[in-house]
Design a protein around this ligand. Structure first.
Ligand code: NI
Ligand code: MN
Length: 226
């Protein structure tokens, strides 16, 4: 499956002829100024929680692509009020059977208020199962024991994990998360966008290597086949 990075915690996965976009935050992101939102394709948009750096472009992207937005109940209701036509609401542990496979809303330890202050329900992540394999996007979260449950059941091609610290887990806990998830290939997210989450990339890659894991850091616009 082909993954394309759009900066911060936004990326797309192409599988089964569908494009799945996660946490669209492109137009406000200085580091993603080379990406034209109008040219980003999407059949599904997954929103992990209500924070601006995950939902900023969700309404515009859903409107111009006609994509279905998958998120929690409160965020789906809020998006419907902003004029988004198609949503698929989930809550923790629940999954949706979609035309490319299955997506489960997983637990995350974080917060989730929406940009206008509306209650955004509880934050999550997504375990996505497809004919090409499974992957897990943790969303913004601390390291949790719950990740062990995912490692026990799914065989992950890759895990997309936040590594920037301050608002989410940092590199050391992300290495432990990869161990809990029994996953070797890690795609790093949620770092360097703001001063508070700046990291030493070489040190991060070395820490994963020491644990016999592979941390992949892409530039906005770059793709990789997992
Ligand atoms: Ni957040
Ligand atoms: Mn965030």
């Amino acid at each position: 499956m082909k993954l394309t990075y759009y900066g911060h915690a936004c990326f797309a996965v192409q599988t089964a002829g569908r494009v799945l976009v996660f946490d669209p935050f492109i137009t406000p992101n200085e580091l993603a100024r080379g990406i034209d939102l109008e040219k980003v394709p999407a059949d599904y948009i997954f929103v992990s929680h209500g924070h601006f750096d995950h939902i900023a472009d969700a309404v515009a992207l859903a409107k111009h692509t006609g994509a279905t937005v998958v998120s929690n109940h409160e965020i789906c209701n809020w998006l419907l009020r902003q004029g988004v036509a198609k949503t698929h609401a989930l809550n923790h542990g629940g999954s949706a059977r979609l035309d490319f496979g299955r997506a489960m809303f997983t637990a995350a330890v974080h917060s989730s208020s929406l940009p206008d202050g509306t209650y955004g329900g509880n934050p999550g992540g997504f375990l996505v199962q497809t004919a090409e394999g499974d992957f897990y996007y943790a969303g913004d979260t601390a390291l949790t024991q719950d990740m062990k449950l995912i490692g026990e059941t799914a065989r992950l091609r890759f895990a997309a994990l936040p590594i920037g610290d301050t608002f989410t887990m940092g590199v050391d806990d992300a290495v432990r998360a990869a161990e809990f998830l029994r996953c070797t290939e890690v795609f790093g997210l949620h770092y360097n966008t703001f001063a508070a989450i700046r990291i030493d990339e070489a040190e991060a890659v070395a820490k994963f290597r020491a644990a016999r894991k592979h941390l992949r850091l892409l530039l906005p616009g770059e793709s990789h086949n997992f």
